[in-house]
Design a binder for this molecule. Structure first.
Ligand code: ARG
Length: 411
């Protein structure tokens, strides 16, 4: 039987390396490895070589950093997307992008399957599977780690038996995932949600207590909801994120300790480092508060919550997500201006904002001379606005005590 062809999302880690010979043996397949550069600080050429030495018939590294920033992070930022109010969705946002590249390669290479290294317990399997099926319903997804039932020790033995290099250094107890929008850490001692994350779990941020005693500032310029300059220096969005991760991370900004509700029903404890995301979302919210009216802000908040949940749940390529994107886009016409964020020992606080579209009008807001607000008009407004409350209260006052039970009309 001629071997089938499988396009595997390859990170270079133990799981996806073991997946190569496993797929050859259990699926009689040629494996094409695809590694997508979403800004993870890893030597990707070494990863590509490792895929080949692990048995892949071909291996590609695709630079998707700009695409990730513009088409995935950007829309999420405009939606101020924070899952359960705290997690900027760094890992979640990269999955549909990676799936889209897997599908493209699979179609080009005439492969029948795509594969990933996710286990059956997490969210990422949901995101890969749903994104793939939405883009290419004819492709089948294989998830070896969901099937093979090997312990870590068995995996290492399998790797050694198949000539896959296993790093001699003692493995870190943590499982991490990194891209432009953040770093996630789980496992090890973090599995006890009562224990404070030890300093060694962090990789991108300075401990707040060790951060500089002088505050730093991130001045962000937005153009229609897109960050276009940091501290006066214009730069493409993806490089601005890299610079801001560095700047805010050095001030200890962006550590998140999340007791998280997974799609599959499991509660898990996850630690994140998302310095740029933390600063940019705070700045973007502050600019929106300046230029958007109250009812729109209010309605948008509900959309944002739903949006974050859709992204978390792996529903990126769905009609509802597309429709919410259209709504969010329509709100960003006037979201241009500058926001200053003060970075100090772990905190990021907005200290100033300006925009040519500001709804803040000093002639209306001021208590000093130059007041254009007609205070006398407030009385009539309050009379009408308060009418339902006044009527309610008045009726309540006259209807006490409660009505006596209706007398029965028996003779
Ligand atoms: N729990 C996060 C999410 O679902 C991140 C999981 C990333 N994986 C990891 N090994 N830390 O988006």
């Amino acid at each position: 039987m001629t071997p089938s062809k499988i396009v595997l999302a390859y990170s270079g880690g133990l799981d996806t390396s073991v997946a190569i010979p496993w797929l050859q043996e259990h699926r009689n397949a040629d494996v094409v490895a695809v590694t997508v550069d979403v800004g993870q600080p890893v030597d990707l050429e070494a990863v590509r070589r490792k895929a080949i030495s692990s048995g892949a018939v071909n291996a590609f590294v695709l630079d998707a950093r700009q695409e990730f920033a513009e088409e995935f992070i950007g829309p999420a930022l405009r939606a101020n997307a924070l899952y359960e109010g705290v997690y900027p969705l760094s890992t979640a946002l990269a999955r549909p992008l990676i799936a889209r590249h897997l599908v493209e390669v699979a179609q080009r290479e005439h492969a029948q399957y795509v594969a990933h290294g996710c286990t059956g317990k997490g969210n990422d399997q949901v995101r890969f599977d749903l994104s793939t099926t939405s883009l290419a319903p004819e492709l089948e997804v294989v998830a070896p780690a969901r099937e093979w039932g090997m312990s870590r020790e068995e995996e290492i033995a399998f790797a050694e038996a198949h000539g896959i290099p296993v790093p001699a250094t003692r493995q870190s107890p943590y499982s991490t995932d990194e891209n432009l929008w953040g770093r996630s850490v789980e496992c090890g001692i973090l599995e006890d949600p009562a224990v404070e994350p030890p300093e060694e779990a962090f990789g991108w941020t300075t401990a707040p207590a060790q951060a500089p005693n002088d505050p730093g500032y991130a001045n962000i310029r937005f153009d229609h909801g897109v960050p276009v300059a940091l501290n006066g220096r214009p730069s493409p969005f993806h490089s601005l994120i890299v610079d801001l991760n560095q700047l805010a991370g050095a001030h200890g900004v962006g550590r998140i300790d999340h007791l998280e509700s997974r799609v599959v029903g499991i509660k898990s404890r996850e630690v994140y480092e998302c310095p740029a995301a933390t600063v940019l979302i705070a700045a973007h919210q502050a600019l929106e508060a300046l230029v958007l009216p109250r009812d729109l802000l209010d309605f948008k908040r509900a959309v944002e919550q739903r949006y974050a949940q859709l992204v978390y749940d792996g529903l990126w390529f769905t009609p509802l997500k597309g429709a919410l994107d259209a709504f969010v886009s329509a709100t960003q016409d006037r979201v241009s201006g500058e926001v200053a964020v003060k970075l100090f020992k772990g905190s990021a606080r907005v200290t100033g904002r300006r925009s040519p579209h500001a709804l803040y009008q000093s002639g209306l807001a001021t208590y000093s001379s130059g007041d254009r607000y007609r205070q006398q008009m407030a009385e009539g407004f309050i009379y009408v606005w308060g009418l339902p409350a006044r009527t309610w209260a008045a009726v309540g006052a006259t209807s006490r005590p409660p009505l006596a039970p209706t007398a029965k009309s028996h003779p």
